[in-house]
Design a protein. Structure first.
Length: 319
């Protein structure tokens, strides 16, 4: 039997008429039906994390919705997301999605898409071409072996594909500033990286890179400051001169494997590096926990419902 929430319950939980609710969290309530939220026409932020949802029916009635989080549910497929002209951030992590298809093509205001820890095997980013403002895609911890169409996203600045099955990567947009590919099966850096003139952070830790010559696509990237290579065969192959050898090839680099590079390639003296949540370098573990910030902070206790909602900060690069 479907466990649904009713308009009357929404009023009881929030102390407001449904039409007046602007922010709502229905977290850990074992819900399988949230169609009643469709009467909350002023709703801007909605979290329905940690429920039993196989459908997001009801959200299409929310023209003011800016941010939607539906993590830890049972979503196996997406309906076409119509009626959401202002949706900017969508977090569908920890579900059962096998494809994105064309479901998001009409969410043309979308800026950040998070689909971590699903069952995606392909990422067809060309299907998101109508999303001209999309600047962040986080698809870590899937089984993705093929990515196509990234170059079709002119605003894309952050792309995270860590903990997948990638062996290669196709063309990339020149707008890209942050690329995370740790814990894949990449044996050679894609030549497409040489066109990413704005790239500042690259994490290719724990892959199959075997020699320093494979860093050639990075040579002319004047803005590249933060590089992670730890966990690749080349680190052991070069031996104790590893850091100096990388510094000689990439003279503008400031951080290597999370540590500051001194003039001689060693760690900068007396210098501590503070990492934000998205700056933690990859470790050589088989499956690294994701470090990307979720759409909402730690979920309330199971069964709780509240109005508190935290959207991504500018530091997270999601907005």
């Amino acid at each position: 039997m479907a466990h649904a929430i009713t308009p009357a319950q929404l009023s009881e939980l929030t102390g407001r008429a449904p039409a007046e609710i602007e922010s709502l969290a229905l977290v850990g309530m074992s819900l399988s039906d949230i169609s009643a939220v469709g009467c909350c026409h002023a709703l801007r932020k909605l979290s329905v994390d940690s429920n039993r949802l196989a459908s997001l029916g009801g959200v299409e009635e929310l023209p003011e919705l800016h941010a939607l989080s539906a993590q830890h549910n049972e979503l196996g497929a997406l309906e076409v997301m119509r009626g959401l002209p202002k949706l900017a951030t969508l977090n569908l992590s920890h579900n059962r999605l096998t494809t994105l298809g064309t479901a998001l093509r009409e969410a043309t205001a979308l800026k950040a898409l998070l689909v971590t820890d699903n069952a995606l095997r392909r990422l067809d980013l060309h299907l998101l071409k109508p999303l001209r403002e999309l600047n962040t895609v986080v698809a870590s911890r899937n089984q993705i072996s093929e990515v196509s169409g990234a170059e079709k996203l002119p605003s894309l600045r952050k792309l995270s594909l860590s903990n997948n099955e990638l062996r290669a990567l196709g063309p990339l947009p020149s707008s890209l500033q942050e690329l995370r590919l740790a814990h894949n099966r990449i044996a050679a850096l894609p030549q497409a990286l040489s066109a990413c003139a704005r790239l500042a952070l690259l994490d290719v830790g724990s892959n199959l890179l075997a020699s320093l010559e494979q860093l050639a696509p990075l040579t002319d990237l004047e803005r590249l400051r933060n590089l992670t290579l730890r966990g690749n065969p080349l680190c052991d192959a070069v031996g104790s001169s590893y850091r100096l050898a990388v510094k000689r090839r990439l003279a503008r680099l400031r951080l290597l494997d999370g540590a500051a590079l001194g003039v001689d390639g060693g760690a900068g003296a007396n210098r501590k590096i503070r990492f934000g949540a998205d700056d933690t370098p990859s470790a050589p573990s088989p499956k690294q926990p994701l470090v990307e910030q979720p759409l909402v902070e730690r979920a309330p206790a199971r069964g709780a419902a509240c109005l508190l909602y935290t959207s991504p900060s500018p530091r997270d690069g999601l907005l």
